[in-house]
Design a protein around this ligand. Structure first.
Ligand SMILES: *Cc1c(COP(=O)(O)O)cnc(C)c1O
Length: 438
């Protein structure tokens, strides 16, 4: 049994990213480190683009999943647009030289400064999340002699059946505008003198493991457009933005691929007769990245519990402590093959080469557990461990909690690799404070 997926492969008992030994990267870059595969990123982008080819979507990569400038550049060069949720993300995307007509801007709390910054740069569209925000964009655009192109983000009141903390399309979530309010806004859109209504946006949360929620969402949108809007209102719905949330496999299990989503979603888009925008994040980047860490100590309690203490922590990878997320972990060098599928809580006690361990970081919090109760091959101090599927919401959610410098990021392309963000230094961490010492 060999494990090979998304350009991360075990060959002769050793992990490679594309054609490079992961060990070789870490010898140069140090640990912990995020490692991304350029060709995996591109393969995922192309897979989603080809699946939806019939409706020729504008694919706007969700920058919050991974905002490294070099990752943005790889996708921009492949023709991707970008979905940003803050002025800072917009700054990053513009720095890379992305064309503003491929940038969409979502978020419930865009400040006046952020709106002004986006209007100055003539971004393609705001995804507006409240009547108050629409009025603010109108006012600011007016004062600048600009027009604000907007899609109304609808909250369709659908349960996307994902984690409580990552669902966004239920009525009690803060996101989007309910249908009733949206209908009022569209009826009165002429009152907003500096606004061009371009369409409707729906993003339901993530990851969404079935097509059902997308279908329900688009059916509700169709019904809304047909039954609620007059001819003029309908003309305002030139675009439908179907958001992100397309799943990828965290556990090695077979999950839906873009073609499966497209099979159910494309007919509804055609029925709506709109141009389409998509905002995939996780699907493109999650499995294109791993977090590499080195074992610092092994601790076995007298009652039997084994802790593998490593040099990465919850500040580097927040998802396990934040959402109970499961990331597969496996030693970089081992003669025990990584299981093709690994489900949490699975009994593997019969395989004598495996022991039950917790893999933990050095941060002073009990929630600093990166992998809980996993059957794991024997590892020693100094051994390297890879955490898989960490390219999305990995580095972008990292912090310097416990005054830990944030990791470096490495991009691999074929048989070469380069640093695309250097590791932070202690000096970096006190910049902005030290000048205030008296
Ligand atoms: C986070 C987010 C996405 C991306 O979600 P993924 O699960 O990474 O695909 C898309 N659109 C909006 C508005 C988001 O907030």
């Amino acid at each position: 049994m060999t494990t090979s997926f998304d350009f991360f492969n075990y060959l002769n008992n050793e992990l490679y990213c594309e054609d490079v030994k992961v060990k070789e990267i870490i010898e140069k870059a140090g640990s912990p480190a995020y490692i991304y595969s350029k060709n995996s990123i591109l393969e995922h982008f192309i897979e989603i683009r080809d699946a939806f080819e019939e409706v020729d979507p504008l694919i706007c990569f969700s920058v919050k999943a991974n905002s490294n400038l070099s990752v943005i550049k790889v996708l921009a060069d492949a023709g991707s647009g970008f979905d940003v949720v803050s002025g800072g993300e917009l700054y990053r995307v513009l720095k890379v030289g992305v064309s503003p007509d491929k940038i969409v801007f979502a978020g419930v709390g865009k400040t006046s400064e952020e709106i002004k910054y986006a209007l100055e740069n003539d971004i393609f569209m705001f995804n507006v999340e409240s009547p108050a925000e629409l009025a603010n964009i109108d006012r600011i655009a007016g004062s600048m002699g600009k027009r604000g192109r907007v899609a109304l983000r609808i909250n369709p009141d659908i349960d996307a059946k994902t984690h409580d903390k990552t669902t966004t399309g239920k009525k009690e979530n803060k996101f989007g505008i309910d249908f009733e309010s949206a209908s009022q806004l569209i009826k009165n859109i002429d009152n907003y003198k500096n606004i061009d209504l371009k369409g409707i946006h729906v993003h339901l949360g993530s990851p969404i493991y079935s097509t059902g929620p997308y279908v329900q969402g688009l059916e509700k949108v169709y019904k809304f457009v047909q039954e609620t809007l007059d001819e003029k209102g309908k003309q305002g719905i030139e675009y439908v933005n179907i958001g992100g949330g397309y799943c990828m496999s965290y556990t090695g299990e077979k999950v839906k691929r873009p073609r499966d989503y497209a099979a159910d979603i494309v007919p509804l888009i055609k029925k709506l007769g709109c141009k389409v925008v998509m905002e995939p994040g996780r699907f493109i980047i999650a499995n294109a990245g791993i977090l590499l860490t080195r074992t610092t100590y092994i601790k076995v309690a007298t009652w039997g519990k084994k802790f593998v203490i490593c040099d990465a922590a919850m500040n580097d990878l927040a998802r396990p402590s934040l959402y109970d997320a499961v990331h597969r972990a496996w030693p970089v060098k081992t003669d025990v093959p990584m299981p093709e599928v690994e489900l949490p809580g699975e009994e593997k006690g019969s395989d004598k080469r495996l022991e039950l361990v917790d893999i933990v970081g050095p941060v002073c919090e009990s929630s600093d557990v990166l992998a809980k109760e996993r059957w794991f091959p024997d590892v020693k101090e100094g051994d390297l461990i890879a955490f898989f599927s960490t390219g999305a919401y990995g580095f972008t959610m990292s912090s310097s909690y416990n005054t830990r410098p944030r990791t470096c990021e490495i991009l691999v392309d074929g048989d070469s690799f380069s640093t695309v963000r250097r590791r932070e230094t202690y000096e970096d961490l006190i910049t902005g404070e030290k000048e205030f010492l008296d």
